[in-house]
Design a protein around this ligand. Structure first.
Ligand SMILES: NC(=O)c1ccc[n+]([C@@H]2O[C@H](COP(=O)([O-])OP(=O)(O)OC[C@H]3O[C@@H](n4cnc5c(N)ncnc54)[C@H](OP(=O)(O)O)[C@@H]3O)[C@@H](O)[C@H]2O)c1
Length: 205
């Protein structure tokens, strides 16, 4: 699979790129700075690094892995370059307060809002996989993916299956991203309280 990881210079994107390279995928790391992208691509053993708008051309799947606050502006900026290529949104908006970590108030997920900006089908997933867990090898637990476009979701599930020790599971339509993104706040609170690296494992399937 040819995958572009936009923001692949960050902790999550780089760890994801490393796992995909190990799995034999053709990975291009994207950055706002092409030189930084090439440097990180060489660190990850990826095929190449390029400016975000170049990285997303001629790939099967674009992973939008920039920091969450920049996800929507980046999607808007890259809409033309992405065209109809499926996009996997991994972002979760979090609010850090004295009482804990909260999901952003407001009904719609980043993934749904990203979908409004792009012609491409948007799916969402991997929110429960911490960069630190992914950096050491396949992440423990299951990966949940949701989306409205069956072919795009299938691609993202195939990607997810390569990077977790558990299963890649179809969590339904794109609106499930509201829960998946919110789950990140739960996981960060668990990690803080129990000093761990929490993941998610679904039972009963
Ligand atoms: N960290 C985790 O454990 C984890 C787990 C699951 C999902 N996620 C999601 O994965 C995404 C990346 O997380 P991260 O921790 O790797 O984030 P990060 O290190 O803070 O940022 C990732 C990359 O985003 C790019 N970026 C930063 N500011 C930007 C801006 N204003 N406009 C465009 N690009 C910008 C930077 O790339 P350049 O400067 O090279 O362009 C940076 O290397 C987030 O959406 C997060 O919600 C993270």
């Amino acid at each position: 699979m040819k995958v572009a990881v936009v923001g692949g210079t960050g902790d999550f994107g780089l760890a994801l790129a490393q796992r995909l390279v190990e799995a034999g995928d053709h990975v291009v790391i994207g950055s706002r700075d092409a030189a930084r992208a090439r440097e990180k691509a060489s660190e990850a053993g990826a095929f190449d690094g390029a400016a975000n708008a170049d990285a997303v051309r001629d790939v099967d799947l674009v992973v939008l892995a920039v920091k969450a606050e920049a996800a929507l502006s980046t999607a808007e900026e890259l809409a033309g370059a992405i065209g109809a290529t499926p996009v996997l949104s991994v972002a979760s908006e979090l609010r850090f307060t004295k009482t804990g970590v909260h999901p952003t108030a407001g009904g719609r997920s980043i993934a749904e809002r990203t979908q409004e900006l792009l012609d491409a089908p948007v799916v969402a997933g991997l929110h429960s996989l911490a960069a630190s867990s992914l950096a050491g090898g396949k992440a423990d637990g299951d990966a949940l993916v949701c989306g409205d476009d069956a072919a795009a979701k299938d691609l993202a599930l195939r990607l997810a299956a390569k990077i977790v020790a558990g299963r890649a599971l179809d969590a339904g339509p794109l609106s499930s991203a509201r829960a998946l993104e919110g789950m990140t706040a739960v996981i960060v609170n668990l990690n803080r309280r129990y000093k761990g690296h929490a993941g998610v494992r679904i039972v009963g399937l």
